[in-house]
Design a binder for this molecule. Structure first.
Ligand code: URP
Ligand code: ZN
Ligand code: ZN
Length: 460
């Protein structure tokens, strides 16, 4: 099948060029002016005049089919990847969760089984490490050989966290084999002590207790510790889901020492703030995630940091729970399962709140949502760029249309929206995954076309 995309504004991280694209099968075959007029045997021509044509977005932080806090996330690979393509994301990297006692091959097999339920976008996993021994250390190389070249460590959560000694050993081992890890940075001891204190009185039933027991200082301290561990291990590292200015200051300090630090943030740390948690009713439970939502000032600081190149990637940390699941924590803030549904909304929000509002350029959106994730996670130039020979993962954004976000129209199984009723500018009209049209205007038109991506080493 040969498809022509005519006259769109083709976006890369370096610029925008009005031109034509020819897709042949799964790949981008040609890019150039007037190609659609001259090319023979085109099966279909799409008029992309006055639209942005961008490489398919990559979400490098999802949790599909994760058993956590006594329940399973409501989105699995089937519904989660359908939601992904509906919102312009053509590749996701999920966190394969290491339950202690398992070896890494078992973790991978476990996640392969989940993905077999059907994937509507291309996918890979980061291998999480919750335990450390000789066998796991050796298996890190096996994972690299299988194309799982990035890892995940937690500095909080009792079932996942690594102590400093273990984290340091992991960092050294990954340096040896050319891997890299993302790290969830929050100081577990401080948070546990605060949670105990807040559980002794009426604060136990308050939603605000979630963010008050996870202060920005807890995140900043853990980032500081991680970066000093990485300094001595002499390895780059990724701080995932940065939420606050205090954490960013620690990253700036490490960079001024000469360290290489990659930083991810998420749309909810840009578009939402903790005022939604200051409610007397239980509504705020819809916004529980860790690190918690911060202040409007932090939103602004993070937008500026994206614009200035201090933040390299935007992912969603999609970890969705229905309203009924959130109710498990009524009366005890510690029992509310944490995480937000975001995989479907990252493209629309980054365009509307970022590009349309003038906070970032369209090139920057392309860089942080597609090109940089492809480079950092070893998929470039197969993904993350519109170039001859690359996968034909392409989205077409109409900047002149508007839409209203609502649970009623979303594809995710989550039964509410953190952005209910919000009018946004820009509609992702078409989504191509390796040359196939898989979504149109937020609806999936062809499902289960996703394939596992065998990734290389990081190159950002
Ligand atoms: O609250 C969140 N973010 N849940 C997902 C797990 C994590 O911490 O990334
Ligand atoms: Zn996390
Ligand atoms: Zn996460």
């Amino acid at each position: 099948m040969k498809i022509g995309i005519r006259g769109g504004n083709v976006v890369s991280s370096d610029g925008v060029m009005k031109t034509d694209i020819i897709i042949d099968g799964e790949k981008i075959a040609k890019i150039g002016e007037n190609l659609c007029a001259n090319e023979e045997e085109i099966d279909e021509i799409i008029d992309a005049k006055d639209t942005y044509v961008m490489p398919g977005l990559i979400d490098a932080h999802t949790h599909f089919d994760l058993f956590v806090a006594g329940t399973d996330t409501c989105d699995d690979f089937y519904s989660g990847t359908r939601a992904a393509v509906a919102g312009g994301t053509t590749s996701i990297i999920d966190f394969a969760n290491h339950y202690r006692g398992e070896n890494l091959h078992e973790v991978k097999a476990n996640w392969d089984k989940r993905a077999e339920k059907g994937c509507s976008c291309d996918y890979s996993y980061h291998m999480s490490i919750a335990d450390w021994n000789e066998e796991i250390s050796k298996e890190c190389q096996d994972m690299m050989d299988e194309g799982i070249t990035t890892f995940k460590c937690y500095m909080t959560y009792p079932d996942n966290m690594l102590d400093d000694e273990t984290l340091f050993k992991v960092l050294k081992r990954l340096k040896e084999i050319g891997g890299i890890t993302g790290v969830h940075c929050e100081n577990a001891g401080m948070i546990d002590a605060l949670r105990e204190e807040y559980s002794k009185d009426e604060r136990l039933g308050k939603i605000s207790s979630h963010y008050l027991t996870r202060p920005a200082a807890a995140e900043a301290e853990a980032i500081n510790r991680l970066l000093h561990l990485a300094e001595v291990a002499d390895t780059p590292v990724i701080d995932v889901h940065l939420s606050c200015e205090e954490g960013l200051e620690e990253i700036r300090a490490a960079r001024s020492r000469g360290q290489k630090v990659y930083v991810e943030t998420c749309p909810h740390y840009l578009c939402l703030d903790n005022s939604v948690l200051d409610t007397d009713d239980f509504e705020g439970a819809k916004y529980i995630c860790s690190p918690p939502l911060r202040t409007k000032h932090d939103n602004d600081v993070l937008w500026d940091a994206i614009r200035d190149g201090e933040i390299q990637t935007i992912s969603t940390d999609h970890c969705s729970f229905t309203w009924e699941q959130r109710l498990m924590g009524k009366g005890d803030f510690k029992k509310i399962p944490g995480g937000l549904a975001g995989v479907e909304l990252r493209g629309p929000l980054m365009y509307s709140e970022g590009v349309d509002k003038g906070r970032i350029s369209i090139e920057k959106m392309c860089e942080v949502c597609s090109t940089n994730p492809a480079k950092l996670y070893g998929m470039y130039p197969q993904k993350g760029i519109i170039a001859e020979g690359s996968d034909a993962d392409i989205i077409i954004i109409n900047p002149n249309k508007k839409q209203v976000l609502s649970a009623e129209t979303q594809v995710s199984r989550c039964d509410y929206s953190n952005y209910e009723g919000k009018e946004i500018t820009g509609v992702i009209e078409k989504v191509f995954l390796r040359g196939q049209l898989v979504a149109e205007e937020g609806r999936v038109v062809k499902e289960n076309q996703g394939k596992f991506i065998k990734r290389g080493k990081y190159s950002l």
